[in-house]
Ligand binder design. Structure first.
Ligand code: SF4
Ligand code: SF4
Ligand code: FES
Length: 225
């Protein structure tokens, strides 16, 4: 079929549209590739977290930014790749402060779900317990920076009606944080604030309101990670 490519994932022959990312192509063939910074609702994947690392013709590559090509040989579920993904999840836990029972996102959190998926009991790295501020100043949001995994979804996705970015990177490297535009934070409509809270994969962007309104046990990942 024109525009279609044939490739293998873990030895299984797959077909997908030329130009699809490996994550999309794999999912179209019923194969789940673990992801965190990728979201099907956010354009322009950036490959920020590397939790989707696969082998592409023998070399490591992020499945959310690399695209399928004819004859490609992709490996997803090798022991080495799974351990690498697990290490990435563990590193994200120690780089922030994640006390899940006290977190509004618990049960809906993609990082927590990944930790359950990889059966992480305790991370292999030492905790860093960073001291980061909590920003209560936005009209409809509370930003818990110690839970941010710098996935950039909010930076890429959330814009005002006239196209202005609401979130942006502050500093680079280890001191990097994602901050909200203070002027927009004061005036942004409730729907946009809700969209920001929803697109955040963890409990960093929280909508102000009644806590634990949806009881634990009824949330997205409560039964299956
Ligand atoms: S953001 Fe996720 S992993 Fe972190 S405390 Fe909240 S539920 Fe736990
Ligand atoms: S605030 Fe949330 S969506 Fe934005 S970069 Fe941090 S974790 Fe990602
Ligand atoms: S999901 Fe691919 S790098 Fe984060």
């Amino acid at each position: 079929m024109p525009g279609q490519v044939t490739f293998t994932i873990d030895g299984k022959e797959c077909k997908a549209q030329e130009g699809q990312t490996i994550v999309e192509a794999a999912r179209a063939n019923g194969i789940y590739v673990p992801t965190l910074c990728y979201s099907k609702y956010v354009e322009n994947p950036v490959g920020a977290c590397r939790s989707c690392t696969v082998k592409i013709n023998g070399n490591n590559g992020a499945a959310c930014i690399n695209r399928v090509q004819e004859g490609m040989n992709i490996q997803v579920y090798t022991r080495q790749l799974e351990d690498m993904r697990k290490a990435i999840i563990e590193a994200l836990f120690v780089e922030g402060n994640h006390f899940c029972p006290a977190c509004e996102k618990s049960g809906d959190c993609e990082l927590q779900a990944a930790a359950y998926r990889y059966r992480i009991m305790a991370p292999r790295f030492p905790y860093r317990f960073p001291s980061r501020h909590i920003d209560f100043s936005p009209k409809h949001l509370v930003l818990e920076h110690s839970r941010c995994i710098l996935c950039q979804r909010c930076v890429r996705k959330i814009r005002t009606e006239d196209g202005k970015k609401v979130f942006a990177y502050h500093h680079r490297g280890a001191k990097g944080t994602v901050e909200i535009d203070p002027e927009i934070a004061r005036t942004m409509p409730e729907e946009l604030a809700r969209e920001a809270a929803d697109i955040c994969p963890v409990g960093c962007i929280n909508f102000k309101g009644k806590g634990f309104d949806r009881p634990i046990g009824t949330r997205k990942y409560d039964k299956e990670p």
